[in-house]
Design a protein around this ligand. Structure first.
Ligand code: BTN
Length: 228
């Protein structure tokens, strides 16, 4: 594992994608600030300087890439496990790539790349941010809001990177992820609207696809909105 720390960059995902030929497998890039942070579905990921963890991981190992359908959920699930170890309560994984704490979003994952060559896993984890001004569709939270104390971001990132490096390499990643996910399934039993209709979420398949009544939604087609 190699770790690079940048002060300001457009996006750690873009940086790793552009420099993927010179960086080794499992290079972690972290930034204090992103001027063009990207979220899913062309949204922006805005985060004040030095308050949160913004990082990306370059994956070149074919044995890890072959799990690409599980990688987004696996990363979110590993972060959920890490947050539980830190002492956060009511941590849930929201298929296919968000982590919630007490019903609020604390972390988002954005996967980019080309499954034949490489994958970049981007993670935005709210750490010390207290106030979230702006128009959020989903109420955000942070570790410090949940634990009522500030954390040392350098220490936290060191421990989290070690944890992710260890577990993302695991042969049983998909199986263990599935097991943890099922116990921390944010969507289970919820009524959601999908592209083809709506229904209650029954869980996920062993291939990490979402089951909504009789419909199976692949993690590749995740364009649906939740009806709370
Ligand atoms: C989401 O929409 O929930 C995913 C957000 C992912 C944000 C992270 S921050 C680090 C990395 N670089 C980016 O530009 N985006 C991801």
């Amino acid at each position: 594992m190699k770790t690079i720390k940048l002060d300001i960059i457009d996006s750690t995902n873009t940086y790793l994608k552009e420099n993927r030929s010179i960086f080794e497998d499992f290079t972690f890039v972290r930034a204090n600030f992103q001027s063009s942070g990207k979220g899913r579905e062309d949204r922006k990921w805005i985060s004040p300087k030095n308050e949160n963890l913004l990082f990306s991981i370059l994956i070149k190992d074919k044995n890890v890439i072959k799990n690409f359908k599980a990688l987004s959920i696996a990363t979110a699930t590993l972060i959920a496990r890490f947050l539980e170890i830190l002492g956060l309560e009511n941590v849930m994984v929201k298929w296919p790539n968000d982590v919630y704490a007490n019903g609020k979003k604390i972390c988002g994952v954005l996967l980019e790349g080309n499954v034949k060559q490489y994958i970049v896993i981007g993670v935005g984890l709210n750490v010390n941010q207290k106030q979230f001004l702006g128009d959020y569709k989903i109420t955000p939270t942070s570790i410090s809001n949940e634990l009522s104390k500030d954390l040392d971001i350098n220490k936290l990132s060191f421990n989290l990177f070690k944890f992710l490096d260890k577990h993302l390499h695991q042969k049983l990643l998909a199986r263990n992820t599935l097991r943890f996910y099922k116990k921390h399934d944010y969507f289970l039993g919820k009524f959601v609207e999908t592209k083809n209709g709506n229904g209650f979420v029954k869980g996920i398949t062993d291939e990490f696809d979402l089951i909504v009544d009789k419909e199976v939604i692949s993690s590749g087609e995740i364009n649906f909105k939740e009806n709370d």
